[in-house]
Design a protein around this ligand. Structure first.
Ligand SMILES: [Zn+2]
Length: 104
């Protein structure tokens, strides 16, 4: 349920960024030794829990319980920060259509 909500938030965020033509910030990439756009932000399950508090959907007590339950669930199921199985590749900062590093 929480992971599903995280996925929905991530999709919503992507849509909003697309509609408003928001591009990730330019950054210095030590890997490429050049400046290019950062990867689009990802939504972690924890960020979703904290957003629920920020928007008054959950109170402090509920947030504490949710965080604890998420941690237990994550350890048990061996999930990554985004609720996917550990070892699922997180999209690299180079897999975007914009801001690909310039070839030297
Ligand atoms: Zn890079």
């Amino acid at each position: 349920m929480l992971i599903e909500l995280t996925g929905r938030l991530a999709t919503k965020l992507q849509t909003l960024r697309k509609e408003r033509n928001i591009k990730p910030a330019m950054m210095w990439c030590p890997k490429c030794q050049t400046r290019h756009r950062a990867a689009p932000p990802q939504v972690s399950v924890r960020a979703t829990i904290l957003a629920m508090r920020r928007f008054g959907i959950a109170d402090d007590e509920t947030v504490k319980v949710l965080e604890k339950r998420w941690k237990t669930h994550r350890d048990k199921q061996q999930l990554n920060l985004y609720g996917a199985p550990e070892g699922t590749p997180v999209p690299s900062h180079h897999v975007t259509d914009q801001g690909l590093p310039r070839k030297p």
